[in-house]
Design a protein around this ligand. Structure first.
Ligand SMILES: Cc1cc2nc3c(=O)[nH]c(=O)nc-3n(C[C@H](O)[C@H](O)[C@H](O)COP(=O)(O)OP(=O)(O)OC[C@H]3O[C@@H](n4cnc5c(N)ncnc54)[C@H](O)[C@@H]3O)c2cc1C
Length: 339
């Protein structure tokens, strides 16, 4: 496969979750350029894909922040280091060619980097898709598995399918934005947090949301990727046709470590074993941080991942700048270095 696009950088970061983003910051502080690759269409990892509206209480010096706000803040914090993002693509190959690690993505992009930081969480995210024929041709245009821009749904008719946190949270969040919202669920009991289910039911009583229960998705109608209606049915075979502009399908996301297993790293139970003081894997020039990094007594917390990012960046500096001395400086002394 010949690569369509080729980029060269100091450090390639696999994964744009909170820890991948903070790795951009730590590399930037040491004047290392970064490219960040994620299979998702935007930054945020688990925080945005799984629990954007939930408050997080254990980020130091931030008493309470929603997961989506945390990602917004990280995006601002790293912006001056000008990371280059490559979304909607999975890193599928990683091999050393001369002095560079070469990462090849599912979109056929080639990224050459002196060092690699793997911040891949539990692996590449992919949606559990409903079994509807030809759904692929609507994806990204009028069928969505994640919400990134609420404005896309302003004054639109939306069908939300699912009974978990994402379905309920987005039904509430979009209630004042969309013109019509239908929540399709196969039974009356929702798996989401009880207080948000109550909020959704209150919105339904106020006529802002229609609960379409007990129905499940049966098909979609439309043309050239643009949906016109969603067909639903009960287990007894009762059918209903809902005219709609968008379908938000929330049947969970699955993570796959996938190709990371094939890169010759010491992977055990889905974790890449690292030396905790440097985040170094057993392969020179490759580091792992965040949820995917394993070592004794590891806590899968965002704050642990942030500290690992600092360790990894300092260790990667020596790979990117061989022979150059690294003088430790506080940010209060160095300021934000330009690249
Ligand atoms: C409901 C819930 C609540 C939580 N609450 C808290 C909390 O209160 N406090 C706390 O500290 N932690 C909390 N966590 C855990 C926290 O979200 C994780 O520790 C954190 O997201 C890990 O960040 P990460 O950047 O390592 O990985 P992730 O956030 O998982 O991001 C990894 C990214 O890498 C991408 N990726 C993986 N493989 C590839 C590949 N080959 N190519 C391209 N992209 C790839 C994935 O698509 C993903 O976007 C919670 C988690 C959940 C699910």
């Amino acid at each position: 496969m010949t690569a369509q696009e080729t980029h060269t950088t100091d450090v390639a970061i696999i994964g744009a979750g909170p820890v991948g983003l903070f790795s951009v910051f730590e590399c930037g502080m040491l004047k290392m350029s970064t490219h960040v690759i994620d299979i998702l269409p935007a930054i945020g990892g688990q925080c945005v894909a799984l629990y954007p509206e939930k408050p997080i209480y254990d980020i130091p010096a931030v008493p309470k922040i929603t997961a989506a706000q945390l990602i917004d803040q990280l995006e601002k914090q790293v912006a001056s280091f000008k990371p280059v993002y490559h979304f909607n693509q999975q890193v599928v190959e990683l091999e050393k060619v001369d002095d560079y690690w070469q990462l090849k993505t599912s979109s056929n992009t080639l990224i050459k980097a002196r060092a690699v930081i793997i911040a891949a969480g539990a692996g590449a995210f992919g949606p559990n898709k409903p079994p509807i024929a030809d759904i692929e041709q609507y994806e990204g245009k009028s069928v969505h598995y994640l919400v990134h821009q609420q404005e896309l749904f302003r004054d639109q008719r939306i069908v939300i399918a699912g009974g978990g946190d994402s379905a309920v949270d987005w039904a509430i969040a979009l209630a004042d934005i969309a013109s019509e919202i239908y929540v399709v669920h196969r039974r009356d009991r929702f798996r989401a947090a009880p207080d948000t289910v109550e909020q959704m039911k209150a919105l339904a009583n106020a006529g802002k949301i229609e609960l379409v229960i007990p129905y499940q998705l049966a098909g979609i109608e439309g043309d050239s990727g643009q949906l016109t209606a969603v067909d639903v049915k009960t287990l007894d075979g009762d059918q209903r046709r809902i005219e709609a502009d968008h379908l938000l399908s929330f049947f969970g996301l699955v993570n796959k470590l996938g190709p990371i297993n094939d890169w010759g790293l010491d992977v055990h139970n889905g974790l890449i074993n690292v030396e905790p003081t440097t985040a170094a894997t057993d392969v020179e020039g490759i580091f792992a941080v965040g949820d995917i990094a394993g070592y004794p007594h590891k806590l899968k917390l965002i704050l642990s991942g942030f500290a690992e990012s600092a360790q990894a960046a300092h260790a990667a500096f020596k790979v990117v700048n061989p022979g150059e001395a690294l003088h430790f400086e506080h940010s209060t002394t160095s300021g934000l270095p330009g690249l």
